[in-house]
Design a binder for this molecule. Structure first.
Ligand code: PLP
Length: 372
């Protein structure tokens, strides 16, 4: 690539960091990506593999994902025309920002807004699409600062406001009532309730869609045990969905992910729900164990993850502990030692063996750090 080519890049892209998934040798317990620890039983995997083998790979997939659409629409009690599919809900975020990026009168660029810290992909796609990002700081415990949100909404007049409910990486569940009240107050902004972790929490806003014209809900199958399939979707008013659908790549959902998602969701839905229930129980136990260690600040979570701070923010204990855990074969997520998440670590709930191993290694590492 020559300088002229580099010069064509949209401002902001060269400063971005690629979404990094660390490849660390020797990891035995992987609790870093908010996946479900539970896969399908072997008999189900084998039956699915047989079915997938019969798909006509020379043909394009159904561009409308009709069967999956009908199944998921029935699950959420909406019309099939209320659904927009993405290759993971990441793609839905990209489509939303791309479509709703017209600058408001008197502004040079459009903007999106979100409470911070939150899911990094909102900002990532805004930057790649030439849209400004406005982050609104949450409180010390990551609770929503409703007054600050109102002020920022008034000031920035964003096209979209994203609320990850529950939030990643903090696990906080921002109140649906607050989101709906703000949506009512700012009817010219699209309010998005990103419910990627909704199966681990209460308070979905799907039922409020009919009463709130500027609301959209995002869902994904990734966090309930099907991350490998890449199926995400938005639920919203048919008129808006029809417009967004024009910007979707025509065959974004492969035959395999459509078929597999439909197959699993129609045959094994109860099993996936049971797995989520197990994770919710494990979350309470894990939070209690972490709290009992005395030296961690553990944040409340309604997702399949727990965020905790090690030592004082900025003292550097978070990354040290993370490195020590990696050396013992346990991978969780670190956020460095500066900024709002300074010295915080995020652990995804695993199966009982993984959780136990994590806690045991954590205790040893903390003891070693203390002994220094
Ligand atoms: C809050 C939130 N929204 C959306 C996503 C994207 O999920 P996917 O693209 O796997 O559907 C994630 C993934 O981590 C997330 O944390």
């Amino acid at each position: 690539m020559n300088d002229a080519m580099l010069g064509l890049l949209r401002p902001g892209i060269r400063d971005l960091h690629a979404y990094e998934v660390p490849a660390i040798p020797g990891i035995e317990v992987k609790l870093d990506a908010n996946e479900s620890p539970y896969s399908l039983p072997v008999y189900a995997q084998e039956a699915l593999a047989k079915e997938l083998a019969t798909l006509p790979v020379n043909r394009y997939p159904d561009p409308r994902a009709t069967r999956l659409r009908e199944l998921l629409a029935a699950e959420y009690g909406v019309s099939p025309s209320c659904l927009l599919f993405g290759n993971g809900s990441d793609e839905i975020i990209q489509i939303l920002i791309a479509c709703l990026s017209r600058p408001r009168t008197g502004k040079e660029r459009a903007s999106i807004l979100f409470p911070t810290p939150t899911f990094s992909v909102f900002r990532l796609f805004a930057t790649t699409l030439g849209v400004d990002s406005v982050g609104v700081a949450t409180g010390d415990d990551f609770s929503l600062d409703v007054d600050a949100m109102r002020e920022a909404l008034r000031e920035a007049r964003p096209n979209i406001a994203f609320f990850a409910r529950p939030n990643n990486p903090t696990g906080t569940l921002w109140s649906g009532k607050h989101v709906l009240a703000l949506a009512d107050e700012f009817p010219e902004t699209l309010f998005v309730s990103d419910e990627a972790y909704g199966e681990y929490a209460q308070g979905s806003l799907v039922k409020s869609l009919g009463a709130c014209a500027n609301l959209l809900v995002m869902k994904t199958l990734s966090k309930i045990g099907l991350a490998g399939l890449r199926v995400g979707f938005a639920i919203g008013a048919p008129q808006l969905i029809a417009e967004l659908d024009k910007a979707r790549a025509p065959y974004n959902m492969s035959s395999f992910n459509q078929f597999a998602a439909h197959w699993v969701m129609s045959r094994h839905r109860e099993l996936l729900k049971k797995h989520c229930g197990q994770v919710v129980l494990a979350r309470a136990a894990m939070a209690a164990e972490l709290g009992a260690m005395g030296e961690l600040r553990v944040f409340d979570s309604d997702a399949n993850l727990i965020l905790f701070r090690v030592g004082a923010a900025g003292a550097g204990c978070g990354p040290k502990l993370w490195g020590a855990l990696c050396r013992r074969g346990v991978l969780i997520r670190t956020f460095g030692s500066s900024g709002r998440l300074a010295d915080c670590l995020r652990v995804t709930l695993g199966n009982p063996d993984e959780n136990e191993r994590f806690l045991a290694e954590l205790r040893s590492c903390l003891a070693a750090l203390r002994g220094r």
